[in-house]
Design a protein around this ligand. Structure first.
Ligand SMILES: Cc1ncc(COP(=O)(O)O)c(C=O)c1O
Length: 356
């Protein structure tokens, strides 16, 4: 009874279990390493004590607050249950079975999941093998009338690679000519400051997805949103269930948006202090890492599993990667300056033969 394409798929099961039990330093999921704004906790406690847990959600001014933050019109946003749902809804809206979708690879697992659920045909131009830069020429060359969707994960997870808005526009233009849609994933926008939102007015084939899970620190609550032209957003609302965003996510997102200073101060510390410190250390140690505009770095080591286990024993979680194109790497999320110092202290004790 189950469709063949679903039977052929594997569940996406990231290694989440047990990670918050011990007092690990969590550098494995690109979350922030501190709690979110204190305003979030206060708002959530107030909501829990309101005696309204039994009622279905009411969203009030959520769309307006998100739109104000993103600098777009209210009619141009749709809140979602994490940006995973935002991505999935865009895929469901534009891809029919056997349509082609371009996913520059390697990239975030849920793009492939959503494509497979639609039974789409996935084209995977590889990030440049040398420096993991975005394969712009290949992507442009691949766009034809059979391609219905092009994913630009900017910056890309897990490589950290990024492209300029000018380059995004080149893809959008060709996609528009050939009748294709572009999904611009901005999950790390607050860190990268790269956004295609000013192109929304000009291009009706652009969808942007964003999240409250990363810089705002609300990963456990599942909040995200899509930005696109009004008519597209109207269509997407038909796919989303009316209460997919729960009241805790809504309450937390609103409180976080009231305290963007907290978020921007965290981001500044990570990107201007911790990241340069980590990069300087890795350069000195002659460890290869790839240019990143996000709160994580992908680094080359000879034995990723061994490095992972070594660091885990010392209380630090990172993500070993062995996918084609990025074999022998680990992805390290970047924490506060103190956490970065701790990471460096421990990383210095990793046996050399695990690294080189
Ligand atoms: C590039 C990218 N997009 C989307 C997401 C999904 O985040 P969430 O569903 O928590 O909003 C992630 C999470 O790691 C990501 O790395």
């Amino acid at each position: 009874m189950i469709r063949e394409n679903i039977k052929k798929m594997e569940e996406y099961k990231p290694p989440l279990e047990g990670r918050t039990k011990k007092n690990y330093l969590l550098l494995d999921f690109n979350e922030i390493t501190t709690e979110p704004s204190p305003k979030v906790k206060r708002a959530l406690k107030k909501f829990i004590d309101s005696g309204r847990l039994q009622a279905y959600p009411e969203y009030g001014n959520l769309n307006k607050k998100i739109a104000d933050y993103a600098g777009v019109k209210v009619s141009e946003v749709m809140p979602t249950n994490g940006s995973d749902q935002a991505i999935d809804i865009v895929f469901r809206a534009v891809l029919a079975p056997r349509d082609k979708v371009i996913i520059p690879t390697p990239s975030f697992a849920m793009f492939y999941q959503s494509a497979k659920i639609q039974d789409a045909c996935i084209l995977k131009p590889f990030y440049n093998r040398k420096d993991l830069s975005f394969p712009l020429k290949e992507v442009l060359d691949l766009i034809n009338r059979k391609v219905k969707l092009i994913v630009i994960c900017n910056p890309n997870n897990p490589t950290g690679s990024f492209i300029s808005v000018n380059e995004v526009e080149k893809i959008l233009k060709k996609a528009k000519r050939k009748g294709a849609t572009v999904l611009h994933d901005e999950a790390y926008f607050e860190f990268s400051k790269i956004t295609a939102k000013d192109l929304i007015a000009k291009y009706d084939n652009l969808f942007i997805t964003r999240t409250f899970s990363k810089a705002f620190g609300l990963a456990s609550l599942r909040g995200g949103y899509v930005i696109s032209q009004k008519d597209n957003i109207k269509q997407l609302f038909k796919i989303k269930g009316p209460y997919d965003v729960n009241m805790c996510a809504k309450t937390a997102a609103l409180a976080a948006l009231e305290d963007t200073k907290y978020m921007t101060s965290y981001v500044k510390r990570i990107m201007e202090k911790s990241k340069p410190k980590l990069e300087k250390f890795l350069t000195k140690k002659k460890i290869i890492f790839f240019p990143s505009r996000a709160n994580f770095l992908l680094i080359k080591v000879s034995q990723p599993e061994k490095v992972y286990k070594f660091l885990k024993n010392k209380g630090i979680l990172v993500r070993p990667r062995n996918d084609p194109g990025i074999n022998n790497t680990i992805r390290i999320s970047i924490g506060t300056i103190r956490e970065t110092e701790r990471f460096i202290r421990i990383f210095k004790t990793v046996p050399e033969n695990y690294l080189f």
